[in-house]
Design a protein around this ligand. Structure first.
Ligand code: TYD
Length: 139
């Protein structure tokens, strides 16, 4: 079942500045096996356009801003990512697109599994078919 939700991260701030820690099974419900980040994304360039069969991720815009559009079998949601203390947790069958990257945007992604092209669904029609299937099997 494709699932997503906003995650508020705890900020440990003092007069020196701010710090956010993300701990497995405390702040996020999965073991982190991969970390990557998108940066230097060209203005007007969009990324993503895929879903995963079996993957948990946390996306945090640690600098700058971007829009994250997600879709699961319940419809579409737009997350405005503009804070290093807010993330979006995404699990399994969720179509995601990232748009409107600011020049200084650094989008950090924590993932539960190693990179695997077999886990990707890059065809939107196939994603929609799988969503329908999920709906039928869960009702
Ligand atoms: P891609 O999946 O196209 O990025 P996005 O969906 O965010 O637009 O990935 C770009 C390239 O980086 C592609 O050649 C695959 C490679 N890549 C890795 O090697 N490891 C990774 O963990 C990811 C996410 C991508």
């Amino acid at each position: 079942m494709g699932y997503h939700r906003k995650v508020n991260l705890q900020q440990h701030g003092d007069n020196r500045g701010s710090l956010v820690a993300i701990e497995t099974l405390k702040d996020i419900p999965f073991q982190v096996n991969r970390v990557y980040y998108l940066f230097n994304t060209l203005i007007d360039e969009s990324r993503g356009f895929h879903a995963h069969k079996n993957l948990e991720q946390l996306l945090v815009c640690v600098s700058g801003t971007c829009d994250l559009k997600v879709e699961n079998n319940e419809g579409e949601t737009l997350y405005k990512l503009n804070s290093p203390i807010e993330g979006v947790y995404i699990k399994d069958l969720v179509w995601r697109e990232m748009h409107n990257f600011s020049k200084d945007c650094v989008l950090l992604v924590l993932a539960s599994n190693s990179y695997s092209e077999e886990d990707y669904i890059r065809d939107y029609d196939e994603f929609k078919r799988r969503c329908l299937n999920e709906k039928h099997t869960s009702s």
